[in-house]
Write a protein that binds this ligand. Structure first.
Ligand code: ATP
Ligand code: MG
Length: 194
């Protein structure tokens, strides 16, 4: 069993996340992808807008139609901050699967700043997905990374970010076709990001 893990604040989840998960699943022949919303990322303390429960619900709605996708409470049920290394330790202890941690190039660029990056790469292979406006050289950024544990995955480039979506909502602009309609409806109903 090969299990992909996509961590993020998903504040809100959008098609960039879903395409990243699906393209990596196909490229690396993963059996499943687990979306893991953070309680609060160490890099985003105080900057995550919506409560974990809303971010979790939106992620669940977004993946509901895909039997290979699921959302985990593993980080939102732990007190923040959410350290990836702890999550991977818990997951690797609780399942037999080969783990693939999926990250966009923007997140991968900061890998040296993460808690125990070497341990992260020991616990999981890294799948680095392309993100618009960035072209990183992971060998240069982290020469200590065992390259056989790192996979680059080219995905269709969607210039969508949660930051931009939050700004659009706050200023009354359209977010249509950038995230699933059920998520858009949930945001409107709950009055998120206004
Ligand atoms: P924010 O703007 O709040 O940081 P975001 O859109 O970057 O939100 P995150 O929840 O921070 O979303 O991202 C979770 C993971 O998904 C990260 O590894 C990030 O690089 C990746 N990701 C987010 N958006 C895209 C996208 N459009 N294409 C590819 N990967 C993406
Ligand atoms: Mg981000």
């Amino acid at each position: 069993m090969r299990l992909g893990i996509l961590g993020g604040s998903f504040d809100p989840i959008h098609y960039g996340h879903l395409v990243a998960a699906e393209e990596t699943r196909a490229a690396l022949k993963l059996d499943r992808v687990l979306f893991v919303p953070t309680a609060a990322s160490p890099f985003k303390m105080g900057r995550v807008r919506s409560p974990p429960e809303d971010r979790f619900r939106m992620a669940e709605m977004a993946v509901a139609s895909n039997p290979r996708f699921a959302v985990s409470r593993i980080e939102i049920d732990r007190p923040p901050p959410s350290y990836t290394v702890e999550t991977l330790r818990l997951l690797s202890a609780s399942c037999e699967a080969d783990l693939y941690f999926i990250v966009g190039e923007d997140a991968a660029r900061d890998i040296a700043l993460w808690k125990e990056p070497q341990e992260i790469v020991r616990l999981a292979r890294l799948a680095v997905v392309t993100r618009p406006g960035l072209e990183i050289n992971i060998e240069e950024i982290a020469p200590w990374l065992p390259l056989e544990r790192v996979h680059s995955v080219h995905i269709p480039q969607l210039e969508i970010s949660s930051t931009d979506l939050r700004l659009r909502i706050a200023t009354g602009r359209s977010i249509k076709y950038q995230l699933p309609e059920c998520v858009e409806a949930y945001i409107a109903e709950r009055g998120l990001y206004r």
